[in-house]
Design a protein around this ligand. Structure first.
Ligand SMILES: Nc1ncnc2c1ncn2[C@@H]1O[C@H](COP(=O)(O)OP(=O)(O)OP(=O)(O)O)[C@@H](O)[C@H]1O
Ligand SMILES: [Mg+2]
Length: 345
């Protein structure tokens, strides 16, 4: 079920050198409980797009339908009620430094007129949910970056939103802390059935927690799809660059394989590209059983993307030419991509 639907949405700003089309004709459908990633270079229009989703900006034209409501038509109390149901977290956390952790989390409830006891009860539950049990009386500057973002997440969840928007929420964090915050987001996506729209310029963030991704360039979505598909088969140049950045330095693999061929000119070297979980092992053991070949693994690079294991396995096949040919033909009939790197003498 679609929870967010954008049709031909445009947002233009007047600029010194003419109009800036920050968002330039975007169609987007986000299903309930998606973790939808939006990736793009600086200036692509990502932040403008999420600000349109929570009503902080109004589009120049187009339709923004969220939970069946035309957001552009909301005003007054309706708009305030709508905003409560769309939480947001930011790169620099945007916490109030003079308030304790628990008081930060209570802020949206205060603004919504929730009474003190209820506020405290809810904030205490949220502290537990984000793994900050017992830290409610600390001040934000006593916390690590990861803990500050946990407070940001708890505060964003205070009004039980249906949608959580994340604008570069892990960009100020180190890799380990990023990992932990992403795990927390994945966890609340599952536990609370929350829909997440996440902006980043880092493809590893997309790979780790998103199921779908859209790539933005100059105000447009130039490519979109399931994360596992986009990683396996990127179409646009910009997407290829983003995907490439995230995969292990390919050059290392190329050097390694060239060296291997030099030392083992007689074997056949084949790279198998996998999309599915555990696709690798049965295919290889089947080939060994069916054909008179030996197989050794030379290089492997498997990663999780959108809930699937994708990656490559480079193997050496040793045996009579006819048997090796049969094994290669067999791989081609399986759900794997086959690339013959080197034929033995
Ligand atoms: N309020 C505004 N007034 C004028 N121009 C704006 C405004 N907000 C954004 N822009 C312009 O719109 C374009 C898109 O900006 P936006 O902040 O959405 O990009 P972004 O993809 O989030 O970039 P970054 O990765 O740097 O955060 C930029 O050219 C920016 O200068
Ligand atoms: Mg931005």
């Amino acid at each position: 079920m679609a929870i967010i639907e954008l049709r031909q949405v445009e947002k233009a700003f007047p600029g010194k050198k003419g109009t800036i089309h920050a968002v330039n004709g975007i169609d987007l459908t986000v299903e309930k409980q998606d973790v939808y990633g939006i990736v793009g270079y600086s200036g692509a229009g990502k932040s403008t797009l999420v600000r349109l989703l929570n009503g902080l900006e109004t589009p120049t034209s187009g339709v923004i339908d969220i939970k069946g409501q035309d957001v552009t038509k909301l005003a007054g109390k309706q708009l305030r009620d709508f905003r409560k149901k769309v939480g947001m977290i930011f790169q620099h956390f945007n916490l109030l430094w003079s308030r304790t952790v628990v008081e930060n989390i209570e802020l949206p409830l205060e603004l919504a007129g929730v009474e003190k006891n209820k506020r405290r009860e809810k904030a205490t539950q949220l502290l537990k949910l984000v793994g900050l049990d017992g830290r409610g009386d600390a001040y934000p500057n006593q916390l690590s970056g990861g803990q500050k973002q946990r407070v940001g997440i708890a505060r964003a969840l205070a009004n039980d939103p249906d949608i959580l928007l994340c604008d570069e929420a892990t960009s100020a964090l180190d890799p380990q802390t990023t990992e932990e915050v992403l795990e927390l987001l994945a966890d609340i996506n599952q536990k609370l059935g929350l829909t997440i729209v996440l902006i980043t310029h880092e493809m590893n963030v997309i790979r780790k927690i998103c199921n779908k991704v859209a790539v933005m360039e100059t105000g447009k979505i130039v490519e979109e799809g399931l994360v596992s598909e986009v990683f396996r088969n990127p179409q646009q140049e910009v997407t290829k660059i983003f995907v490439q950045q995230d995969l292990e330095p390919k050059q290392n693999a190329a050097d390694l394989l060239a060296e291997f061929v030099k030392e083992n000119p007689n074997g056949d070297l084949v790279t198998l590209n996998f999309l599915k979980v555990n696709a690798g092992e049965p295919v290889i053991s089947q080939a060994i059983r069916k054909f008179d070949v030996d197989i050794s693994v030379v290089y492997g690079n498997m990663q999780r993307a959108g809930g699937n294991s994708i990656g490559t396995l480079t193997i050496q096949l040793i045996g009579e030419k006819a048997a090796v040919d049969q094994a290669i033909e067999f791989f081609k009939t399986q759900e794997v991509g086959v690339e013959v790197l080197h034929r033995g003498k």
